[in-house]
Write a protein that binds this ligand. Structure first.
Ligand SMILES: *Cc1c(COP(=O)(O)O)cnc(C)c1O
Length: 383
């Protein structure tokens, strides 16, 4: 078997394009250097389209995606406030744990894992808890491959409350459509290692005017994740603490790749990869966790086999083909496997893993006609 080959098809971290890797290797510069300020100044307006915002601030924090979630929780809520969290899987659950850690009064709308949030349930929860000040939601729930209908959820939140809405877009930004301005989302968090084709290490927060009003008047103690510090620095084209300088070089390049392809084309490519993946796996006779395509994440697909163990299958995929899929999380850990198709991933890669999957399925005793999955995906591509 070929050594030093790793075909990473997990939902983050994701593979890094060669040009982004080269950007990471640029010699270090002082972080207060004019070069870095100029870079930051140019990066912010280029980040905005990914979030679907014309004017909102986009803050860059050195930290993993979770630091962005914690920043959202800490800055948007006051001591003891009532909040609503929408839990559709492990990442919604993480948001809930963060909110509980800050001793907020946490109400939750929970769905079965694999199901999206029903906006009607959000409406009910807001009517039963009129004191809710902020709603926390997940866009693409990476643990199940669900894409929650954030537009409809935001609509219900604004119709039935004055609450702010904050969204975890860690596995959606850059891979799924986000229209922050149009949908009136107050804060969107993302991370570097998912659809943005960067190494782990950066969190991004897009913040609305309405959110700033609350954040500016929020007496809650905070320091590293105090978003006001980042806003003030942004006005001076810098960041409050030493930034991950190399990651900024890389971000410049990954944004160039998205701009060269065209953001709309990038988003279409993700939808196409999702559709090809789903059609291919269906044709192999293996059940998908998310039943409906309209609630399927364009960046990650979860598969729930009924006649073989996901662990054994993943082992064949990695040992024989150097293709790495992810296990499930939480109670679905050993029941599902997940395929990441985001960022530096193309329809060609989809055909590659589907072809290898057919062989691996035969090894774990699942009957499949060779070529059936690939052919189904090819048909989707042709349409
Ligand atoms: C990956 C991910 C996170 C966590 O990001 P870390 O960088 O691991 O902290 C949060 N939310 C979602 C939806 C994710 O996919």
């Amino acid at each position: 078997m070929l050594k030093d080959q790793l075909i990473l098809r997990i939902p983050g971290p994701t593979p890094i394009p060669p040009s982004v890797n080269r950007a990471l290797l640029q010699p270090m510069v002082g972080h207060r250097d004019r070069q870095v300020s100029e870079r930051i100044k140019k990066l912010i307006p280029r980040l905005r389209p990914l979030f679907g915002t014309e004017k909102n601030d986009v803050l860059i924090v050195a930290g993993s995606g979770t630091s962005g979630l914690e920043a959202a929780a800490v800055n948007l809520t006051q001591e003891g406030e009532e909040v609503l969290v929408l839990v559709t899987g492990a990442f919604g659950d993480r948001f809930r744990k963060i909110l509980e850690a800050y001793r907020l009064t946490v109400h939750a709308v929970e769905t079965e894992w694999g199901e999206p949030v029903d906006p009607e349930q959000v409406k009910k929860a807001l009517n039963s808890h009129p004191g809710v000040k902020v709603v926390f939601a997940t866009h693409s729930e990476t643990s199940t491959g669900v894409l929650n209908p954030i537009d409809q959820i935001a609509h219900v939140v604004h119709e039935h409350s004055d609450a702010l809405i904050a969204v975890d877009g860690v596995s959606s930004i850059g891979g799924a459509e986000m229209r922050m301005d149009e949908w009136k989302i107050d804060l969107v968090v993302t991370g570097s290692q998912k659809a943005l084709m960067l190494p782990p290490g950066l969190a991004f927060l897009a913040v609305s005017e309405k959110a700033w009003t609350k954040i500016s008047n929020n007496p809650r103690p905070r320091f590293y994740l105090d978003l006001l510090k980042y806003k003030k620095s942004l006005g001076e084209d810098t960041v409050p603490f030493t930034p991950a300088v190399s990651h900024l070089f890389a971000l410049d390049q990954s944004l160039s790749l998205i701009e060269e392809e065209g953001l709309q084309e990038t988003l279409k490519r993700h939808l196409l990869m999702m559709k090809m993946t789903r059609a291919g796996i269906r044709a192999m006779g293996v059940p998908l966790l998310v039943a409906e395509e309209r609630y399927s994440s364009p960046t990650v697909t979860a598969v729930i086999p009924d006649d073989f163990t996901p662990g054994a299958f993943r082992t064949v995929m990695s040992k024989e083909f150097n293709i790495v899929f992810a296990s499930g999380q939480g109670h679905l850990k050993d029941r599902i496997f997940r395929i990441g198709h985001m960022g530096y991933c193309s329809p060609t890669d989809v055909l590659q893993y589907l072809g290898a999957m057919e062989l691996a399925l035969q090894k774990v005793g699942h009957e499949v006609t060779l070529g059936a999955g690939v052919a189904a995906a090819q048909e989707v591509y042709k349409r």
